[in-house]
Write a protein that binds this ligand. Structure first.
Ligand code: PEP
Ligand code: CO
Length: 449
């Protein structure tokens, strides 16, 4: 038993304060949906969750590297084959760049197939004197600023499950059915990136991989070996809507352990990680790998308390600390955290989220992040680990495979005025495909083995 099962049931979280839950207007509707969800098949399987934990255990020691990324908030209307394919493609491209440089396996985890619920800083939003409930993600209500759209609708939880299922279905087909084969590494390069400096650098690596595969073929290693022909993308989202997560929580018939089968990995957000809160209570009893977001105002004792509750046996691969400290603070607030966790001997995957504490409002009024801030936070994250003798184990991005203009800077130097050209996110600004690849090349320089 590696989690803390004392007095835990999949609904024991109800005895604790659950922040950031929707005010559903219709309790019968919620109960019906939850009853329905709890009978539906799991989205992922316990065995897969265990394999993710095993590779994350390697990232604790520096023998693997975690690449986690995807939308801030997935939208039902964006669940289309091209969008899913483009997200997968850019994650695969980044993984190739990082694997090639780092010489170790890259664990690919999407913010995908379930990232439909969002914590908000305020329960309400006011525009031009009109106040409505905040948009809390497509699994709760609609983004459009209209009264009827903002009323939480429990049927959206069911729709979220179905959207996650069809996304996973396509991802499984792509990753197992040849699309993710290293033989297609060149084909993952995207049209609008191909002719950029990033696209050309990528193409050089792709050609070398191609040659290596041909060489292996010559000496008798067939290209249809699973290591070449298949890949794996794990799924993750913020475990925010506890009713939904509970309904997808199942007992594994092989081990008798509980798993939240809505995704392989779940994380607790910066706003819901109270050690005596409902989110921590729920997650302590499921055996999935857990991410914990840590912002710049963390208290060391809170983080220690969280780890003790969530990982009492110090199992490697169980806890990923996702640090989102901000370019201005990271240098000051990361080292004490690294030191203390090292001193405690905790097994941790250290991941850097250079997005969430670097958000600002551009002159146009759009929420954005600057590519340089993102890069500087990552650089400082790596340098802090090197000087403390700890291991930078991964990165966490809000990104898309599409050609959006949501973050400023990067090779094309998107400026404030250009943000409106293709600004599509309903929540936080994402790196576009080219910026994502660029950031991967910069990290590659830091992890080159
Ligand atoms: C997120 O990852 O989209 C998010 C809301 O993060 P955080 O909890 O770190 O603010
Ligand atoms: Co976000």
């Amino acid at each position: 038993m590696t989690t803390n099962q004392n007095n835990w049931t999949k609904s024991s979280w109800k005895n604790f304060t659950a922040l950031q839950q929707p005010n559903w207007p219709d309790q019968d509707g919620v109960d019906n949906v939850l009853a329905n969800l709890s009978l539906l098949p799991p989205l992922v399987f316990a065995g897969e969750i265990r394999s993710l934990k095993e590779v994350l255990a390697k990232a604790v020691k520096g023998d693997a590297f975690l690449l986690q990324g995807g939308d801030c908030s997935e939208n039902f209307s964006s669940v289309t084959a091209p969008n899913i394919r483009e997200t997968l493609k850019i994650l695969l491209q980044m993984a190739v760049v990082l694997t090639y440089a780092g010489g170790k396996p890259v664990v690919k985890v999407g913010r995908i197939a379930g990232q439909f619920a969002k914590p908000r800083s305020s329960d309400t939003e006011t525009r031009d004197g009109v106040t409505l409930p905040s948009y809390r993600g497509d699994m709760v209500n609609e983004a459009e600023f209209a009264e009827k759209c903002r009323i939480p609708n429990p049927k959206f939880m069911l729709k979220g499950y179905n959207m996650a299922a069809s996304t996973l279905n396509l991802l499984r087909a792509f990753t197992r059915g040849g699309f993710g084969s290293l033989q297609r590494v060149q084909a993952w390069n995207q049209e609008f990136v191909e002719h950029s400096p990033m696209g050309r650098s990528y193409d050089r690596i792709a050609k070398q991989i191609d040659q290596a595969i041909r060489f292996m073929g010559t000496i008798g290693i067939p290209p249809d070996t699973p290591q070449i022909n298949q890949t794996q993308l794990f799924t993750s989202h913020e475990a925010l809507l506890l009713q939904y997560e509970e309904a997808l929580t199942r007992k594994d018939t092989i081990t008798g352990d509980w798993y939240d089968c809505s995704a392989h990995m779940l994380w607790i957000g910066e706003r819901t990680r109270q050690v005596d809160g409902a989110h921590v209570e729920f997650l302590r009893g499921v055996h999935n790998p857990i991410g914990i977001k840590i912002g710049p105002t963390y208290e060391l004792d809170d983080i220690k308390g969280l780890i003790e509750v969530l990982n009492p046996e110090n199992e490697a691969g169980r806890i990923t600390l996702i640090c989102r400290l901000g370019v201005k603070k990271v240098e000051k607030v990361l080292p004490p955290l690294l030191r203390e966790m090292k001193h405690e001997g905790f097994n941790i995957v250290w991941s850097c989220d250079p997005m969430h504490a670097n958000t600002y409002t551009a002159t146009s009024g759009l929420k954005t992040r600057s590519f340089n801030d993102i890069l500087s936070e990552i650089t400082c994250f790596f340098e802090s680990h090197w000087s403390e003798g700890t291991i930078p184990g991964g990165v966490h991005f809000e990104m898309t495979g599409n050609n959006v203009t949501e973050c400023t800077g990067g090779a094309r130097n998107i400026n404030d005025e250009e943000l409106a050209n293709n600004y599509l996110t309903t929540c936080d600004p994402r790196l576009n495909a080219e910026q994502s690849l660029e950031v991967a090349f910069q990290i590659a320089d830091m992890i080159r083995s």
